[in-house]
Design a protein around this ligand. Structure first.
Ligand SMILES: Nc1ncnc2c1ncn2[C@@H]1O[C@H](COP(=O)(O)OP(=O)(O)OP(=O)(O)O)[C@@H](O)[C@H]1O
Length: 312
């Protein structure tokens, strides 16, 4: 096992705990998503693992070596890991290439040059090699920081919302190149995200934090098929949440289900279409079933009354 976190307790202030008994492990070469609503502690957990904060109790191991947080390191941060946080910490007087190459040894200069070129390609900044950070956008600076972290081939790369400053197409490009690079080089990546959907195809494991606890730790498919609760389901996309009473009216087993689980059938529940709007690759519909408002998707625009079944 590459990383092992056992019985971790942490609070910023004495007497208040942000984490209670967090246990998790990460295997070599895996891509792990760290999910949870804003403020649940994703950034904090990455910082603790990287060794920037002291924790109250519990143990953290990288391979078989026990880590001790800030008191265990002369220079902040664990050897063997790199953290790309939301402040990119670039050297202002060094160009993009020099920033990326900052931690690469000078013993073989042609190899170093080649490595920098490779990393510029991974993050799509070939045309900015000689530019200073002050002349880059936030998203470009973020990509330089990612390339610099990759340059040392860490055993574990910790990324805090790495795509937050990128537009959709750049995000898609970067995630593909970055995750393919990680897979090729067997790097382990732990990545905090608000938008789990966007990295879903690459994740081996999704860890969900809620109110200081780790509530789900499964692969992407299992998480999608069986979200632990409505909170997890909401992190995965748009979701219908219903009360206990509505559950029996609709004859479903859970308090939440996704819009795609509602299907039009010949002999189902009566539903009235309230709204039907074009939403790109589907129509987004607000329907009423026994007066319960639900969202369903359809291929075509809907109107009037239909019959539906909920496949939960
Ligand atoms: N230095 C600090 N001192 C005290 N409290 C803090 C500190 N940093 C964060 N917190 C609090 O700890 C909690 C977790 O914050 P954190 O930034 O780890 O959450 P997050 O899940 O990464 O949030 P987001 O998704 O919005 O980035 C929040 O309630 C935050 O206000």
């Amino acid at each position: 096992m590459l990383l092992n976190v056992r019985n971790l307790y942490f609070g910023y202030k004495p007497g208040t705990l942000l984490f209670r008994n967090i246990n998790l492990s990460v295997e070599k070469g895996k891509i792990i998503a760290l999910a949870g609503e804003s403020g649940c502690g994703k950034s904090t957990l990455l910082n603790i693992i990287y060794g920037l904060f002291d924790w109250q109790s519990g143990e953290i191991y990288l391979e078989d070596e026990r880590l001790f947080g800030p008191k265990g390191n002369i220079v902040p941060g664990e050897l063997g890991m790199k953290l790309v946080s939301q402040n990119y910490d670039l050297m202002p007087y060094l160009t993009v290439s020099e920033n990326i190459g900052k931690f690469i040894s000078n013993t073989n200069l042609s190899e170093k040059k080649q490595k920098i070129q490779e990393l510029l390609q991974v993050v799509g900044l070939e045309d900015y090699a000689h530019v200073l950070p002050k002349n880059l956008s936030g998203g470009q600076q973020q990509r330089v920081a990612i390339a610099r972290a990759l340059s040392v081939m860490p055993k574990l790369l910790l990324l805090d919302e790495p795509f937050s400053n990128l537009d959709y197409s750049r995000k898609m490009e970067l995630r593909e190149r970055l995750f393919n690079y990680a897979k090729e080089h067997e790097l382990s990546v732990m990545i905090s995200t608000h938008e789990i959907q966007e990295i879903l195809p690459w994740t081996d494991q999704i860890i969900v934090l809620q109110e200081g606890r780790l509530i789900q730790n499964d692969n992407a498919e299992e998480t999608f098929r069986n979200p632990y609760n409505a909170y997890v389901a909401k992190l995965l996309g748009e979701v219908n949440t219903i009360s206990e009473e509505e559950k029996s009216v609709l004859n479903v087993s859970k308090n939440y289900f996704f819009p795609h689980q509602i299907k039009i059938t010949e002999n189902g529940l009566d539903a009235q279409i309230v709204e039907s709007r074009f939403a790109g690759n589907h129509y987004w519909n607000k329907i009423l079933v026994h007066n319960i408002p639900l969202v369903m998707y359809s291929e075509n625009k809907l109107e009037g009354n239909i019959k539906v079944e909920i496949k939960d």
